[in-house]
Design a protein around this ligand. Structure first.
Ligand code: GDP
Length: 365
């Protein structure tokens, strides 16, 4: 599955957020920089109101949400790229995630120490990004000459990789992240992706604001929004304290609490949605009397790719996909009526899955 790594300086609210995300107390929040040492992974159901509509029509006994993984990555401090604090561990863990959720402290509280002694989320973001850029720079300064040498020796793939990674290296030398590298073609894009550069991953900034600013944001989060815009990154405003409170409440009590705070939905729902956007993911559904279930694929995935998410055998033996757009499924009242109305399409191997497709796969396995 797809995974987002939660990063940020110590005491910004990562653990509080992660606990709320997974509704567990597994990662203990404490006013101590190196509280969370082992990375913890939480798979969080992606809320999607369309599922209840489908389940009502299909008469499904249960609803199974698709999941997005969140990894709570141990606190980073200045000097991590030189192995300080839990630096090396941090960098290794971050290499394995698909996207970075960067939590920034946008609340004031004199009782909670800031590791740099002041509240400045833009400077904090730069501190973390600088460590990641230094780590990428160091790794590419070793790798690019090696690849170039292999290229000169006749290894075509190494030569192409050297050209692609040189673009990232040039950017890093100018103090810019590798995600700004523009690949010339699909091959260069693949080499850049395979390099798993820390600053090559998409970033979502999460502004952790005081409870009173959850609906509106504050001056700190406004500055982060400007920074995110300039970088082509995403940004959301949440209050980790509110999220922590909400998960302790009975589900039926939550809407009223949110409304009183002026919030349309939880911060977690916003983070999950933004994570989906960031990773260019979309959802398709399967529906039957047993269950209505949501599944995740990357935008551009074909019908056989989608079948493969359910079972690898379905992809291998793929014949066709009977597909109904969500809007048709709901407007017409389910599969049988959609079929009658000619809105059930038989799609083949090259069909590109659309968000909300209700699909049934025919396969030879
Ligand atoms: P981490 O080191 O980034 O994982 O930070 P934690 O989640 O452990 O939070 C550090 C401290 O800040 C804890 O005592 C939290 O209760 C507190 N904290 C987290 N979010 C907020 C917030 O939005 N407002 C306030 N006042 N305190 C918070």
């Amino acid at each position: 599955g797809f995974r987002c790594g939660i990063v940020g300086l110590p005491n910004v609210g990562k653990s509080t957020l992660f606990n709320a995300l997974t509704e567990t107390a597994a990662a203990q929040a404490a006013n101590y920089p190196f509280c969370t040492i082992e990375p913890n992974v939480g798979n969080v159901g992606v809320p999607d109101p369309r599922m209840q509509q489908i389940a009502d029509i299909a008469g499904s006994q249960k609803i199974i949400e698709t999941q997005l993984g969140f990894v709570d990555i141990a606190g980073l401090v200045r000097g991590a790229s030189k192995g300080e604090g839990l630096g090396n561990q941090f960098l290794a863990n971050i290499r394995e995630v698909d996207a970075i959720v960067h939590v920034l402290r946008c609340f004031e509280d004199d009782d909670i120490t800031h590791v740099e002694g002041r509240i400045d989320p833009v400077a904090d973001a730069e501190t973390v990004e600088t460590e990641l850029m230094l780590a990428d720079l160091e790794s590419l300064e070793r790798r690019v000459p090696n690849l170039a040498k292999k290229g000169q020796g006749g290894d075509k793939d190494a030569k192409a990789a050297a050209v692609a990674l040189q673009k990232a290296l040039d950017l890093l030398r100018e103090g810019k992240p590798a995600r700004l590298a523009v690949p010339a073609d699909a091959d260069e894009k693949r080499h850049l992706a395979q390099a798993q550069l820390l600053t090559g991953k998409p970033v979502l900034y999460v502004c952790n604001v005081d409870e009173g600013s959850a609906a509106t944001g504050n001056a700190f989060s406004a500055r982060v929004a400007d920074m995110a815009k300039a970088q082509g990154a995403g940004a959301v405003v949440i209050s980790a304290a509110i999220e922590a409170e909400i998960v302790t409440m009975a589900p039926e009590d939550r809407p009223e609490y949110l409304e009183a705070l002026g919030l349309a939905e939880t911060g977690l729902a916003r983070i999950i949605r933004a994570g989906y956007e960031l990773l260019h993911l979309l959802t398709f559904f399967t529906a039957g009397p047993k269950e209505t279930r949501a599944w995740t694929v990357e935008k551009g995935a074909t019908a056989p790719n989608a079948a493969g998410v359910i079972h690898t055998d379905f992809e291998k033996g793929f014949i066709r996909a009977e597909t109904i757009a969500f809007a048709d499924f709901v407007a017409l009242g389910g599969e049988a009526k959609a079929r009658e109305a000619g809105k059930l399409r038989a799609e083949g191997k090259t069909y590109v899955v659309q968000d909300g497709d209700v699909m049934h796969f025919l396969h030879s396995n």
